[in-house]
Design a protein around this ligand. Sequence first.
Ligand SMILES: *Cc1c(COP(=O)(O)O)cnc(C)c1O
Length: 426
Amino acid sequence: MIYKRSSALFAEAKKYIPGGVNSPVRAFKAVGGDPIFVKEAKGAYLYDEDGNRLIDYIASWGPMILGHAYKPVIDAIIDKAKKGTSFGMPTEIETELAKLAVSMVPNIDKIRFVNSGTEACMSAVRLARGYTGKDKIIKFAGCYHGHSDSFLIQAGSGAVTFGSPNSPGVTQGTAKDTLLAAYNNLDEVKTLVQANKGQIAAIIIEPVAGNMGCIVPTDSFIKGLRELCTAEGILLIFDEVMTGFRLGKGGAQEALGIDADIVTFGKVIGGGLPVGAFAAKTEIMNHLAPDGPVYQAGTLSGNPLAMSAGLAMLTELNTNPDIFDSLAKKTAFLHEGIGKALSKKGVPHQINRFGSMVSVHFTDEPVVDFASSAKGNNERFNTFFHGMLDQGIYLPPSAFESYFLNDALTYADLEETIAAVENLNL
Ligand SMILES: *Cc1c(COP(=O)(O)O)cnc(C)c1O
């Protein structure tokens, strides 16, 4: 494939935007080469600036679960835009989206909208601290909760891709309140809780991790976390920015059968516009300003365009919940096909999957946490990534990211993708 125009646009972008991108993982640093500049997208396909068509497995990192430029979402945005795009005053549509989200997700009574997953997780932790009167939090190595200071401690996603797990600019004072444990390791969490007894406000986790590849929690781990939190008066925060409205109407809480105390959202809930949210039972949410003392605000929070996109998206998912099953089946089909193709070549690999999230790791060992994910063969991953891209298949440009399937993908697309793996020389 030819990427002449993309490369020229990248060179120009680098003059004015740090690294040429507004979010680091887009820059292809991990896999080498220049990033692709997208011109437009429809359904399961991206069309780049050189006229190439790519089958998309990223879905804008999750939001476009029904495919790109999904008509009901686009129509809702256009209709709203004609009536004004921001007021700084309450609007009815905020309540409509809140009501729908609360009806779909178990265990939440109230929800506050923000503009990104980062803001949602940052605010959820502030609320947990304000509610419990405690300072420390526990997070898991390789989990990504956005780029706010407290979370840039062995974070996943772009933060590990670039080998700078502890970003300069995060003060020691902030870092000392973030305790780290390995994913799927309940004993480590218990040890931390004992050593910091009475000081921990919250444990925050990606209930199915998607920022170190896709990593599924063991039953005993996730149940054990819930029991431990209840016993110790610690709030369990499920960061469902990726899993919310993707693993089912009720997200990971429903899929795993675990109730969290605070849940954060992003990605799908905005239908492709910038929306994040955090939610909990009334008793906890009432601690937020203006009802309570925990401050949180946003000029563009609950923005009418963003709310209309989110409402159209969630309405589709709520009225057609078969979509989640259909997506999971497509993902299983892809998993099986890629697995067979790699086995036939004798390439050591692991494929992790949950619902419509899946990741391919070039290693012999089961991938259950950040350390095992990091053992993947990077050189082979890069060959795999570029070999697929050259055949028109757009996979995440980092071994630490999950694929996110969208419902516009057809079985013909999946077969084309599997055939592309068969063609690779790994
Ligand atoms: C993407 C992501 C975030 C951050 O969301 P942004 O909208 O990029 O700020 C937080 N948590 C998880 C699990 C994510 O996948």
